[in-house]
Design a protein around this ligand. Sequence first.
Ligand code: FE
Length: 140
Amino acid sequence: MYKYKQSGNTYILSLDNHVEVTAALAAFCEEKGILSGEINGLGAVSEATFRYLNPQTMKYVDKTFTEQMEITSLVGNISRKDGKPYLHIHITASRSDYSCIGGHLLTAKINGACELFVKDLGVEVGRHLDEGLGINLFSL
Ligand code: FE
């Protein structure tokens, strides 16, 4: 699913071709017992599902794009919720016409490579549902 090397508190990751990015990252966080961290990376995907939260309706709108795209920027954080890794990832991806789309990342299937840096921050950070906002905020 991935190969990695550690340097201090940071992991250098290369995800295998055709794997799903968020599943691979969650598996890596489980394997390494990462309780909080930061993620950044790039790569290429053939399919990705983005999420947009409409603050007026408080409804999530998900949309899948099935086309080859470059991940021009993937940024995210790692925390814990219900005893499992909780990944909050945003992504910008470029299309064949060089325009970009992006949003909250739900899933992305690699087609090519995906190179990530994961920094283990070494403290436990949980999440709780903020009823007013309808989103899971950091428990600090
Ligand atoms: Fe988000």
